[in-house]
Design a protein around this ligand. Structure first.
Ligand code: NDP
Length: 274
């Protein structure tokens, strides 16, 4: 079953609005089984990164799934200590070798390393024009990072992958990005479980016969956000994609807004030092 909607990125490429995140899934059998299972269940997008240390297993999972490569949307990211022009070109080659693929659908700058991200971006523009990357984007960029990037870049990012969940709703960043036709993509979209007991979410779960995780993911989809929940558990991988047979009402979407606490689980991009 593949009923996951797709969005069209500013460069004309299309991308599934829901994918599988694989952060903290071990390389080897664990990640390749999760990836292969998700693809067989209808997922078509996988989100990894060089720093996750599991690109080899992700590539293996893609091959073992039996799903044609051209149907799959694979994202990986350049890590902070790999940034800069030449070193990004090299880092990208290492990712391709580990994945055993000949192109990547989406390559992201993992964090805005102040002294380097403009050079990193130039390397990504080159890799894209060489046909090795289909789309290029960023992650953990604040408005000021994007404005700065626009000054020297030829191309704008197609998306910005940031922490986003009911406790960190990112409406201001979403409005800025949408003015520049940049999608927001949610990492930690399930708030790693922290919002599962929130009374409104529990109430909506009861009303629609869904789980709190499904209510949260549905809310993100209806906001036009791309979401990549992580699970290595087959039942939960299935559960997280079973969200396209119901719709939250306008008032329910408004009610969810009240849960925002501007609360970050991860690092604040304005204070990162790694
Ligand atoms: P998530 O919010 O996706 O939460 C993942 C956790 O929730 C896991 O412990 C998982 O456990 C559990 N879980 C998953 N589905 C369910 C469910 N239906 N019910 C109950 N528990 C569930 O957090 P992540 O940090 O993993 O974010 C998702 C992805 O975003 C990452 O995997 C990665 O690809 C990306 N990411 C990007 C970052 C960046 O800086 N760009 C930073 C962090 C993440 P289990 O596996 O046992 O199901």
């Amino acid at each position: 079953m593949n009923n996951i909607p797709r969005v069209t990125l500013r460069d004309g490429k299309s991308m599934p609005q829901l994918g599988l995140g694989v952060y903290a899934i071990s390389d080897g059998d664990e990640v390749s089984k999760a990836v292969s299972f998700a693809l067989q269940e209808g997922y078509r997008s996988i989100d990894t990164a060089s720093v996750y240390g599991n690109e080899k297993g992700v590539g293996r999972g893609i091959r073992e799934s039996g799903i044609p490569r051209k149907e799959i949307f694979l994202t990986t990211k350049v890590w902070n200590n790999e940034q800069g022009y030449e070193s990004t070109l090299e880092a990208f080659q290492r990712s391709l070798e580990r994945l055993r693929l000949d192109y990547v659908d989406l390559y992201l700058i993992h964090w805005a390393v102040e002294a380097k991200y403009r050079d990193t971006w130039r390397a990504m523009e080159k890799l894209q024009s060489d046909g090795l990357i289909r789309s290029i984007g960023v992650s953990n960029f604040q408005i000021r990072h994007l404005e700065n990037l626009f000054q020297s870049s030829v191309t704008k990012p197609v998306l910005n992958q940031v922490e986003l969940h009911p406790y960190l709703q990112q409406y201001e960043l979403q409005a800025f990005c949408s003015r520049h036709t940049i999608f927001l993509e949610a990492w930690a979209p399930l708030s790693r479980g922290r919002a599962f007991k929130e009374p409104l979410i529990v109430e909506l779960a009861g009303k629609y016969g869904k789980t709190p995780a499904q209510i949260i993911l549905r809310w993100e989809i209806q906001r036009g956000i791309i979401t990549i929940p992580k699970s290595s558990n087959p039942a939960r991988i299935q559960e997280n994609s079973d969200i396209f047979d119901f719709e939250l009402g306008q008032e329910e979407m408004e009610g969810m807004k009240k849960l925002d606490q501007h609360y970050r689980i991860g690092t604040d991009p304005d204070n990162m030092n790694f």
